[in-house]
Design a binder for this molecule. Structure first.
Ligand SMILES: Nc1ncnc2c1ncn2[C@@H]1O[C@H](COP(=O)(O)OP(=O)(O)OP(=O)(O)O)[C@@H](O)[C@H]1O
Length: 289
């Protein structure tokens, strides 16, 4: 279990994390979602002890960053996604994977298997200086997999990847979750997170403004684009309009008979609608306008 207790971190007067309390379990994929510059990377850097909070602490399996020995111990348990700039241009991809496997004492997960799983065999023997951005990105992800640590922190892992590689890595993330890894990932690819994240934390104003259980059966909503006709039909009902002009009316708040009446009126007025659960993109629009 990874815990953040009363964590506050400010850069001067800019309070980026304001008394944050969080608990993470093994075997869960947690998405960190917020607009640019909100504090996703800062949160990850605090967990890694690259930044020390002014208040509060991080604890993993009962150990905090207190002594150098604690730090070494925690860094064996937690691995973060390297930055592309941290790669060594004159080393091959395979060298990088072996390096991470050695540093994190991974003896269980064979590097060659990771290369096969991530379809890197045709380039992993070449020097990194010859790689495209997407190839480097896949290598950075493969390095975390090679570390095989119980906690994996992934900041924008899908950046610059084509749809096939996004799908490949998404699939691998689910395998890692099946191996009981705790995966915390900052991502702007909301529809992708929607597919597999167990939990999504929306950050804002130094706080976690929503801790969404993405696997829970959410209430369903009647959704449509706002227009004077739609607003007229729905007047008297408790709907909300998101900043992107999407109307959401929770079905739980209307009876079957009234719903039938609304749907008939929408069809008559030629207004397109759908009945769905609220998704991460809708929530993003709701929280950040
Ligand atoms: N080393 C630093 N010194 C001063 N301010 C910083 C530093 N690092 C980050 N900040 C500030 O902290 C805030 C949060 O930045 P952070 O990088 O955590 O955001 P983010 O949510 O990860 O953004 P992005 O989506 O762009 O990656 C921003 O206001 C940023 O300017």
């Amino acid at each position: 279990m990874l815990n953040l207790k009363d964590v506050t971190l400010a850069f001067g007067k800019n309070v980026v994390l304001d008394d944050i309390n969080l608990q993470f379990k093994q075997g869960e994929i947690v998405g960190l979602v917020a607009p640019n510059g909100t504090g996703k990377s800062t949160l990850i850097n605090v967990i890694l002890h690259n930044l020390t909070p002014q208040k509060g602490f991080i604890e993993y399996e009962g150990t905090r960053y207190q002594t150098q020995k604690d730090t070494i111990k925690l860094h064996q348990e937690i691995c973060s996604f390297p930055e592309q700039n941290d790669l060594f241009p004159f080393m091959t991809g395979r060298d990088h994977l072996n390096l991470y496997a050695d540093l994190w004492h991974n003896s269980e997960k064979p590097v060659e298997q990771i290369i096969t799983d991530l379809q890197m065999a045709d380039y992993v023997g070449h020097k990194v200086e010859t790689y495209s951005l997407g190839m480097k990105q896949r290598l950075c992800f493969a390095m975390v997999v090679a570390a095989n640590s119980p906690v994996m922190l992934l900041d924008e892992v899908m950046n610059g990847l084509d749809p096939q590689n996004v799908a490949l890595i998404s699939h691998m993330l689910l395998d890692l979750k099946g191996e009981n890894k705790l995966i915390i990932m900052a991502s702007h690819l909301l529809s992708n997170l929607q597919e597999y994240a167990d939990r999504v934390l929306f950050m804002g104003h130094g706080q976690i403004i929503e801790d969404l259980d993405n696997k829970e059966q959410h209430n369903r909503y009647l959704k449509m684009q706002s227009s004077p006709k739609a607003v007229k039909i729905l007047s008297g009902y408790d709907f909300e309009t998101l900043p992107n002009n999407l109307i959401l009316l929770p079905l739980a708040k209307i009876g079957q008979e009234k719903l039938t009446q609304i749907l008939t009126e929408l069809v008559d007025a030629d207004i397109q609608y759908s009945v769905e659960r609220i998704d991460i993109e809708d929530l993003f629009n709701k929280f950040y306008n």
